[in-house]
Design a protein. Structure first.
Length: 254
């Protein structure tokens, strides 16, 4: 589904991602882990068109991603959440989800102004689908509230619901467990497994919670200073000496 070859990105003299390679199969749930500053979020920004790669290539279902605009990448079927929640906080919960549907709408300002039958039919479809998503995510009771007024965990669910409203095939989750306690992380594990099955998704997960990634990811890649230092099943990564050194910041004695 996703092929990345020799991906490199520099900020001036700083190499944030170096010679990164990835072959992701449809249906996988993969984790990207590493210490702070390892380049994980930069990788997501490259995949989603926020940054343009300095070198290398990326393709999604055969379509080249390097140089493609962010909205075009959404239309191909890639959606994401952010490490720091980025909702339209003054807009209602319902309107946050409705807004995401417009990535695929073909209407133009004239049909909206004239309120043509086709435009009205599409608006009804978007409203219905948005309400269905809120119900699935147990947010329907908050539909009319400003998104910024929701509790933290509910804002996380809303951000994922908004991403899913774009109809993705590949979902990128950037530290969804950030700020959550142990009980909430347990619920999040079940939630990610549920959305993967319910929406037939392939998922890449960036996360610092080792409990989460070790429990639900089938494969892990570990970054340190933009370079891949390990890749494999969670059981292999757990005991990898290079990974332990990267996290502990010192040489690990055998």
């Amino acid at each position: 589904m996703l092929e990345i070859e020799k991906l490199t990105h520099r900020f001036g003299g700083l190499c944030a991602i170096s010679d990164f390679n990835l072959s992701l199969q449809k249906g996988e749930l993969m984790g990207i882990i590493g210490p702070n500053g390892a380049g994980k979020t930069t990788l997501f920004n490259l995949i989603t068109g926020i940054y343009r790669a300095s070198e290398g290539r990326m393709s999604f279902e055969g379509q080249e991603l390097v140089g493609a605009p962010a909205h075009g990448i959404v239309n191909l079927g890639i959606a994401r959440t952010f490490q720091n929640i980025r909702l339209f906080k003054e807009m209602s919960v319902l309107d946050n989800v409705r807004a995401a549907h417009y990535a695929h709408v073909k209407d133009n300002p004239l049909t909206a102004l004239l309120r043509t039958p086709g435009f009205c039919s599409e608006e009804r479809r978007i409203l219905k689908r948005s309400q269905e998503l809120l119900a699935l995510f147990k947010l329907e009771a908050h539909a009319g509230k400003p998104a910024g007024s929701l509790p933290y965990g509910s804002q996380r669910r809303l951000e994922i619901a908004r991403a899913l409203a774009t109809g993705p095939k590949l979902l990128l989750l950037d530290e969804p467990a950030a700020g959550m306690n142990a009980s909430e992380i347990g619920q999040l594990m079940e939630f990610i497994a549920w959305i993967r099955k319910e929406f037939n998704l392939t998922i890449i997960l960036i996360e610092h919670s080792m409990r989460l990634v070790m429990a639900i990811c089938e494969r892990l890649k570990v970054l340190d200073f933009g370079t891949t230092i390990a890749e494999g099943a969670p059981a292999e990564i757990r005991v990898d000496r290079r990974v332990l050194e990267a996290y502990l910041g010192e040489e690990v004695t055998p």
